[in-house]
Write a protein of this length. Structure first.
Length: 192
């Protein structure tokens, strides 16, 4: 397990440092948001390659994580395209001035990399030999995952459609899945 966890950590460090360098070149730290989901895909594949657990369970975890992470990364790339740097990072850049590159390395890229490693621990540990083969609990897990993915995909699509209609400017989304839960995409994310 230690080898899986350390390999995942090394992969995340390389990913986040590379993303940070690209953000400096592009003068846009927003790319870290797109890399968030893709980082989990990287961790799943690294863990799959290093661990020696049950093959079926490893593939299940890797595919589920890849579907979720690729969907999130592609969605954020589409949503953020042409909008420039996110206001959070613009505000930080203005506040920190010439110190922003170093500050962003620690407070944006380093922090997100650390959180990525912690949040991905179930994927890392689930790939190991110490966990059981696929059974009833895994079936329940897949069902919860599918419900979560549904809420995320549909919630994001409904919100994008709502925001695209200028008649909805200043209004609160309360239709579709949004009438059942204030943030179906976050609810879905927590299920996944």
């Amino acid at each position: 397990m230690g080898e899986v966890m350390s390999s995942a950590a090394i992969g995340i460090v390389v990913l986040m440092l590379s993303t940070w360098v690209i953000s400096l070149i592009k003068k846009n730290a927003s790319i870290v948001d797109i890399v968030w989901g893709l980082g989990f895909v990287l961790v799943a594949w690294i863990s799959r390659a290093v661990a020696d657990g049950d093959n079926a369970r490893q593939w299940l975890l890797t595919v589920m994580t890849s579907v979720w992470g690729l969907r999130l990364g592609i969605y954020l790339l589409w949503r953020n395209s042409g909008h420039g740097e996110d206001f959070r990072y613009r505000s930080m850049r203005k506040h920190w001035g010439p110190r922003f590159p170093l500050i962003s390395l620690v407070t944006v890229f380093g922090l997100q990399g650390t959180l990525m490693w912690i949040v991905s621990l179930p994927v890392q540990l689930g790939q190991s030999d110490a966990t059981p083969k696929i059974g009833p609990l895994a079936v329940i897990g897949v069902l919860v995952y599918l419900i979560g993915l549904f809420f995320e995909v549909v919630g994001d699509a409904q919100l994008a459609r709502f925001k695209a209609d200028s008649a909805n400017a200043g209004k609160v989304m309360d239709q579709g899945l949004w009438k059942f839960t204030r943030h179906p995409n976050y609810f879905g994310d927590s299920c996944v």
